[in-house]
Design a protein around this ligand. Structure first.
Ligand SMILES: Cc1cc2nc3c(=O)[nH]c(=O)nc-3n(C[C@H](O)[C@H](O)[C@H](O)COP(=O)(O)O)c2cc1C
Length: 216
């Protein structure tokens, strides 16, 4: 079994708790690794996911692949009118270098802001009817968005969901490239997820992406 050696950053975060005001700077994303074709070949839903939860570099890589900046002010995923309606969140527990809690990704500066204490079990498990494999996963990424940044009505919502799908696939391919197991799930009460996690008003959660190590 891999030993969890808490880093200084983790110890500090645990001491400070959810009040930690300074966002964490994520390690710069790597552009090395298996080919896109190999990642495509390896992508498959994995539902039996064990810890340890993704490390800080892995978390940074996964978030970057879904919504990071790949050039000044622009992102890896295309955006209608470059309005960028997406917001990515993470609930994790058992990472060697990330305190358990709810996090929000800040693409500009590639940073992670800690929003609340909790774990997938306590935060997502509080949602009625939550699928067991989701709350049992060591890390659950969430693709969310605010379609009002694009406009009103069904058209803005469709465009936001289109972007959400592209972001989710980026994260799933990155998980495959990192040798991590992952899946996507939208068959849960996503409005209840947004309410339970107290996400900002107007936020639509589009999918949950559990990530971990595939159980043998
Ligand atoms: C929009 C969408 C919603 C999904 N929701 C769930 C879900 O709620 N629970 C689940 O276990 N799998 C969910 N899945 C995963 C599918 O069941 C899975 O992709 C499908 O069985 C094909 O298997 P594969 O991903 O391994 O290719 C969802 C997939 C998509 C695209």
């Amino acid at each position: 079994m891999r030993l969890l050696r808490p880093s200084l950053a983790l110890c500090a975060a645990l001491l400070l708790g959810a009040q930690d005001p300074a966002p964490l700077r994520l390690p710069l994303p790597s552009t090395a690794g298996p080919s896109l074709l190999a990642a495509l070949k390896g992508r498959a839903t994995a539902r039996a996911l064990a810890g340890p939860a993704p490390t800080l570099p892995e978390v940074g890589q996964l978030l970057w692949a879904a919504q990071g900046e790949n050039r000044l002010g622009k992102r890896v995923v295309p955006s209608a009118h470059a309005k960028y309606p997406l917001e990515l969140y993470l609930v994790t527990s058992g990472s060697p270098d990330l305190a358990p809690g709810l996090y929000h990704y800040l693409p500009a500066g590639h940073q992670l802001a800690r929003m609340a204490d909790g774990t997938p079990q306590t935060l997502l498990g509080a949602v009625k009817g939550m699928q067991a494999w989701i709350k049992d996963s060591p890390a659950v990424f969430m693709v969310a968005g605010d379609s009002s940044r694009i406009g009103e009505g069904a058209s803005a919502l469709n465009l936001t969901y289109y972007e959400g799908g592209a972001a989710a696939q980026g994260l799933l391919l990155q998980a495959s490239a990192l040798g991590l197991g992952a899946g996507t799930a939208a068959g849960v009460d996503l409005e209840a997820v947004a309410r339970t996690l107290r996400l900002p008003k107007g936020t639509q959660v589009m999918t949950l992406l559990p990530v971990g190590h595939v159980k043998p």
